[in-house]
Ligand binder design. Structure first.
Ligand SMILES: C[S@@+](CC[C@H](N)C(=O)[O-])C[C@H]1O[C@@H](n2cnc3c(N)ncnc32)[C@H](O)[C@@H]1O
Length: 345
């Protein structure tokens, strides 16, 4: 779905904005992190203006093997390139990074959930150390038996190390997300088999996934630190006039709107003047409506992490239901006080 032509066109547009912000470098990197079968990178190449495509060096970073017949311009790798100048785009990658699950026991203590190959669970040791610190900061669990949280620390670290490779440009993570204001009381661990939700049994029979605490990723020390350091460098060396930008979290609906993708229907007059164009525009509007649908793909989170450039989606259009109440600056106070599980949302 996400590799739909319209989505790829939006990402290509974003890459062009990053290109402009970087001053059209001789080599512009596009990295598709967790590239799956390379559909997005293929679509982005198809949508880029020829002048930009000619300067674009595209990488698909993926643990799976390179699919046969992939565009030879795409470099297929199992790890990130050392330094990226351009756009690093991670679409539904972070939800694939494994996390531990914690559950509150009868005494109110969060413990690790241990799971057997048949899916049966029992509680293990209490959560301690950095995992406990992460829970306290990002997903505090009231002392109520059965409440659960997914400990997002490995994702924060994965994201920080990905952003760390961006020497200049933008890193974007797109995923099913929640923030401190909207943590689900029992977590989101789910299995998927052939596209359908199923019990998450860790026997290789299904994909196991959990939504991403993108606000925590945004504040991951490495990513924010490097972004700020590079922003300072950009300022010090006469970088962009609009200055550096902080990490920002918005919905896919708002991000796509900022990239001029809306679900607006074409004017009816087009049907009589150019019926073929009208049908094409109608199909595009349907696709856009699906990508931006409330309660569906439109609610996905987009985490933008500019490195040494201004936020290329700024000013983003007003989002009636943003994922976070405002800009997610890691130095700013907690973006939203967590509500007790079960509180009205
Ligand atoms: C949910 S799929 C998303 C695929 C594609 N981006 C899309 O949106 O359709 C996640 C992908 O990330 C890949 N992946 C997971 N961990 C990875 C890692 N550490 N390095 C590279 N790829 C990884 C998986 O193999 C899988 O193809």
């Amino acid at each position: 779905m996400h590799a739909s032509p319209l989505f790829a066109r939006a990402v290509a547009r974003l890459l062009c904005r990053v290109d402009e912000a970087l001053g059209r470098p001789p080599v512009l990197d596009f990295v598709d992190l967790g590239a799956g079968r390379g559909e997005l990178v293929t679509g982005v190449f198809a949508a880029l203006p020829p002048g930009v495509a000619a300067r674009t060096r595209a990488y698909a970073v993926e643990i799976a093997a390179r699919p046969a017949g992939l565009d030879p311009r795409v470099t297929w790798r199992h790890d990130l390139p050392e330094a990226v100048t351009g756009l690093l785009f991670a679409n539904e990658w972070l939800d694939n990074v494994p996390v531990d699950v914690a559950e509150v026991d009868h005494a109110g203590v969060p413990r690790l959930v241990l799971v057997a190959a048949d899916g049966s669970e029992r509680l293990g040791e209490p959560v301690t150390g950095p995992d406990a610190d992460w829970l306290a900061r990002w997903w505090p669990l009231p002392a109520e038996e059965g409440l659960r949280a997914e400990i997002g620390l490995p994702r924060d670290r994965a994201w920080a190390s990905a952003v760390d490779r961006v020497a200049g440009g933008l890193a974007v993570a797109v995923d099913y997300a929640h923030t401190a204001r909207t943590r689900p009381p029992f977590g989101t661990l789910t299995g998927f088999r052939e596209g359908l939700g199923t019990t998450p049994v860790p026997d290789g029979s299904c994909d196991i996934t959990a939504h991403v605490a993108l606000d925590a990723c945004a504040a991951a020390p490495g990513s924010a630190g490097r972004a700020r350091a590079l922003a300072r460098t950009a300022r010090g060396t006469g970088g962009t006039a609009r200055g550096p930008a902080a990490a920002r979290l918005l919905t896919q609906r708002a991000a796509l709107r900022a990239l001029d993708i809306t679900g607006a229907r074409p004017p009816l007059t087009l049907a009589s003047t150019d019926p073929a164009a009208y049908v094409r525009a109608l199909a595009g509007a349907g696709e856009a409506a699906e990508l931006t649908a409330p309660g569906g793909l439109g609610d996905f989170g987009w985490l933008l992490q500019p490195v040494g450039i201004p936020d290329p989606l700024d000013p983003a259009p007003l989002d009636p239901d943003p994922l976070a109440p405002g800009p997610l600056d890691p130095d700013s106070p907690d973006p939203g006080a967590p509500e007790p599980p079960g509180a009205p949302r």
